[in-house]
Write a protein that binds this ligand. Structure first.
Ligand code: APR
Length: 270
């Protein structure tokens, strides 16, 4: 593994990998959206949730114990996501995807993020491994539930928890976000699509993930088994760093545009 600082110019072997890759998988995590203003999962929380870590709220047990607290946390995050914009990292991935499609290749975006910032930047996302914060379903009967947009402004933490609505289909269960909580299974279709893409890839880029939450963190290992080059973009060392060929230490909004520019991939065409 070769570790590179963001202040160095991108070495020629990394530029060549990016320039020559035709079948790319980009696996993204919360760090990808950090520069848009969406807090990652390991950050300290404020207000109603100051006593809880994100990991303590993102569980079926937490929802069962205090549905309003968990529901309001997700509603507030949903409002926050709606209020922020994709950052240059999201836009660079979208540009790379378009460029590869023009060349007869592809970029498969596989994300652990429940936000829609990749899509809003113009990326076609292959797999949302951990679901989506913008849709809802019944926690009991699993039927989709339509829920109005949150009333919060996205920046101020709501002062009081709000009860989740009841499911109109079964009249029993409570609405919950369509996200994957700790201890829950990933949507099989998304995971299978991600696995197939990695098995067919010639480059894997791992961006903004701590690489500790399974099974998503095991996906790059499928590339490793096949000898596919692996590049990490993250300001910090992660659970996946040791299997990487290159680890570029910097923020995705800065590193991705630089990497593409160095490889001659146009950034601003829409
Ligand atoms: N650019 C790139 N990486 C960044 C940036 C940035 N600007 N800012 C922070 N990071 C990195 C951090 O160094 C960290 O490694 O992003 C990572 C964020 O880690 P987590 O918060 O653990 O996010 P993630 O890996 O996506 O978590 C996985 O855990 O709770 C679950 O379902 C949730 O999808 C989430 C999963």
């Amino acid at each position: 593994m070769r570790e590179l600082s963001v202040t160095e110019s991108v070495p020629e072997d990394v530029v060549t990998l990016v320039r020559e890759a035709r079948q790319v998988v980009a696996l993204s995590g919360a760090g990808m959206s950090a520069e848009s203003g969406v807090p990652t999962f390991r950050e300290v929380q404020r207000g109603l949730w100051e006593r809880f870590s994100a990991e303590e709220l993102a569980t079926p047990d937490a929802f069962e114990a205090d549905p309003a607290l968990v529901w309001t946390w997700y509603r507030w995050r949903q409002a926050l996501i709606a209020a922020v914009e994709p950052n240059p990292g999201h836009r660079a991935l979208a540009a790379w995807q378009r460029h590869l499609a023009d060349q007869g290749g592809w970029l498969a975006a596989v994300t652990q993020n429940v936000d829609d910032l990749h899509e809003r930047a113009g990326t076609d996302v292959l797999a949302h491994l951990h679901g989506s914060i913008t849709t809802h379903r019944c926690a009991d009967c699993q039927e989709p539930v339509e829920v109005p947009d949150p009333a919060y402004d996205g920046f101020t933490v709501p002062p009081e928890p709000e009860q989740p609505p009841r499911c109109p289909a079964c009249q029993e269960g409570l609405a919950r976000p369509d996200v994957v909580w700790f201890s829950e299974m990933l949507p099989a279709e998304a995971f299978d699509a991600a696995t197939a893409a990695i098995r067919a890839s010639d480059l894997v880029i791992v961006v903004g993930t701590s690489g500790i939450v399974q099974p998503a963190a095991s996906l790059p290992l499928l590339g490793l088994e096949r000898g596919v080059p692996l590049i990490e973009i993250n300001p910090e060392e992660t659970g996946l760093t040791e299997v990487m060929d290159f680890a570029i230490r910097g923020r995705s909004g800065e590193v991705l545009p630089r990497l593409l520019a160095a490889a001659g991939i146009p950034l601003d065409r829409r």
